[in-house]
Design a protein around this ligand. Structure first.
Ligand code: FES
Ligand code: CO
Length: 322
């Protein structure tokens, strides 16, 4: 597992003072916002009798267990056991494991590893989020497979003419032009010229001058971010994905889509429809891949030139694996 990384796990606007249960890396967590807007993420397990804290409520910075009302403060320490007389000491072991949380780019990020703060790999820089002119929508999409396969699908340009023919790819021109992989400290990216079919519908009309080759940039940042940037004739489209590993067979991609063109609700709805259409075209194939987890052995599957970015992902995953 890639343990010593910040994982983007949820959208910021999903976290309120009402406790929410989430599952990340096969662990049940409760996540909530304190009265001072701090995000708290802790194991969803009361130390008393194992009830889920997410069934309880918040009280200032604390979360109150729904079963017997034990109160845990933001660092996980129990500070009140209502059934005891007030002068009874609280057991030392009445402490729930808490994970460090941060908010950035509209996501909540959790650190579930064991490295001290000073030695942690920072959250990647995603510069487009600073651009107030870009319009933003977000949503999520569930896949029944390991998140490594979902990440590789986003890095894979050679499937576009086959899986997305008509929506974007041109099935008559499946060849992928040579490209160079750029390396970043914990990721890599590539600019790839993709042979595109003219889009249909209203965009097809507006994009009738769409060039038949579209410039795209694809990148990943460990452990769970992908970026896809498409240069269309009417502007730029950026699809950021946080591929949240729920467990070894389940991934939820929490996507944020930024675009430089078209205002208004109709454009948001249209963009949402297009993102989901593309993911739906990928879904059955990605879920059919075996093994469900991308192999750590570089020789386990065959690679061709157009797989260069995926090969880089595999190498880096192996490098940081613990
Ligand atoms: Fe949580 Fe008893 S199980 S207070
Ligand atoms: Co696809």
């Amino acid at each position: 597992m890639l343990t010593n990384f910040w994982y983007a796990v949820e959208f910021s606007d999903e976290i309120t003072s009402t406790p929410k249960r989430i599952k990340v890396l096969d662990q049940d967590l409760v996540i909530y916002r304190t009265d001072t807007q701090q995000i708290v993420a802790m194991q969803d397990l009361c130390t008393h009798r194992g009830a889920a804290l997410s069934g309880g409520r918040t009280k200032g910075e604390c979360i109150v267990c729904p079963y017997h009302g034990w109160e845990y403060q933001a660092d996980g320490t129990c500070v009140n056991i209502p059934a005891n007389s007030p002068d009874t000491p609280i057991p030392y072991r009445a402490k729930v494991k808490v994970y460090d949380a941060q908010e950035k780019y509209g996501w909540v990020w959790l650190f579930m590893g064991d490295r001290p703060e000073s030695e942690r790999i920072p959250i990647p820089e995603l510069p487009n989020f600073d651009d107030a002119k870009l319009k933003s929508i977000h949503g999520d999409f569930l896949w029944h497979t390991h998140y490594s396969r979902v990440i590789e699908n986003l890095l894979d340009v050679a499937h576009v003419p086959f899986v997305h023919a008509g929506a974007f790819g041109d099935k008559e021109r499946p060849q992928i032009a040579e490209f160079t992989v750029e390396n970043y400290p914990t990721g890599a990216g590539a600019t790839v010229m993709v042979n595109a079919s003219p889009p249909k519908g209203i965009w097809g009309f507006l994009a009738s001058k769409q060039p038949s080759v579209v410039k795209t940039r694809t990148a990943f940042f460990l452990p769970n971010i992908t970026v896809l940037e498409v240069h269309l004739v009417f502007g730029r489209l950026l699809v950021y994905n946080a591929h949240v590993p729920i467990d070894d067979q389940t991934t939820v991609s929490k996507w944020i889509n930024l675009r430089s063109f078209f205002n208004g609700n109709w454009a948001d709805a249209d963009a949402r429809k297009r993102v989901l259409k593309v993911f739906n075209q990928d879904k059955a194939i990605v879920e059919s891949q075996r093994p469900q987890i991308v192999p750590y052995d570089l020789n386990a599957e065959l690679h061709v030139q157009s797989d260069a970015l995926q090969v880089e992902y595999r190498k880096m995953r192996r490098q940081f694996f613990v």
